[in-house]
Design a protein around this ligand. Sequence first.
Ligand SMILES: [Ca+2]
Ligand SMILES: [Ca+2]
Ligand SMILES: [Ca+2]
Ligand SMILES: [Ca+2]
Length: 427
Amino acid sequence: MTYLALAAVIANGAACSDDSPPALPDASADNHAADVRDERDSTSPDTPGDTSAPMRHSFRRILLSSEFYCEGATYADFDRDGDTDVATGPRWYEGPAFTAAHELYVPQAFDPKNYSDCFFLFARDIDGDGWVDVLRVGFPGADGSWFKNPGTSGGHWPRHQVVNVVDTESPDFTDITGDGRPELVFASGGRLGWAGPDPLDATQPWIFHPTTPASGFHAFTHGLGVGDVNSDGRADILEATGWWQHPPSLMGDPLWTRHPATFGAGGAQMAAVDIDGDGDADVVATLEAHGYGLAWFEQSAGGFTEHIIAPRVADGSGVAIHEPHALAVVDVDKDGDPDIVTGERFWAHVPAGMPDFAAPAHLYWFELVRSQGAVTFIPHLVDDASGVGTQVTVGDVTADGLVDIVVANKKGAFVFVHELSSGPVDP
Ligand SMILES: [Ca+2]
Ligand SMILES: [Ca+2]
Ligand SMILES: [Ca+2]
Ligand SMILES: [Ca+2]
């Protein structure tokens, strides 16, 4: 199928996969410009104008569950058998088939017109016993709790509530302090900051270390990320109205220096990566978690310049993504530069009235192409009946060198296995 023919399929609303939960009529088809490639049936060259052997990136859809348990998902080898497994809320699924499921805690399916108790999952060996545990963050403002992998003894995973209130809508669990161990980055009492496990006893409450003065950050603040904006080797904090510079020492919890900037109206996860290849870190963000839009922000001496990747209104000027409430920046095609994975959070807000409420949920990856000093992003459709949750997790789940995508949301829970049908993996 040609590129344009594929685009026509998308513009007319591609059929959903057979194993998908029932989807409402596609009211968003008109919003999808004819420059989207369908990854599920694409034989087009990897790069426009590329005369080398075509490389076809496709994503094989595995439905784990069609019920709504969670809007976050993660992966790790939970049973230490050498195969990577996937966790989506109350269950983990054994890789590589993902058919055998095990409970972390008693499953409770939620009404898709309401919310779950699981917005984010992060897999780490939190207590250092050699078994990978799971940190769960619930509804904005709810608790952060980790579930201890019981290892060979089996059974439900004991829960340890370690943070009572996790504010903001895109907390991250990453090494912000630089000590090699992850911390939860979020807001509390109007301040951004972090809290991490005590290496001696991870079950004790995690102490909050503020990095900003009280600045009005709250449970529903959208847009948050961690990345080294100024390339000094220290992880900074990104939010919609600027970035906060990590000081040389964290002793005594000093306030971090604020650098005002406008990174959209408040999106999802944010990243600091070099998009244009000039050596400095740029910023990637979705523009409005309950609207539309995706952009990268070019860093220069004068600040940041916005470059739209997906429009902030559904005006036909590009692929429109409604409610882009999760983002990941990963080198999907292994060409050495970062690509973007994002999509639509189905029924992010209920009842009706939000953008494209009845539309299906698309999941995309955007391929970064640098050519003669210019940066473009080529949208590729991964799936049209899943989208993202409040989290989209990208990593090599199947251990073949290609990054896969794991999501859970109101459509169910899914693994998208990245496959390359022909041509070299490496450029
Ligand atoms: Ca395993
Ligand atoms: Ca453990
Ligand atoms: Ca820094
Ligand atoms: Ca740059």
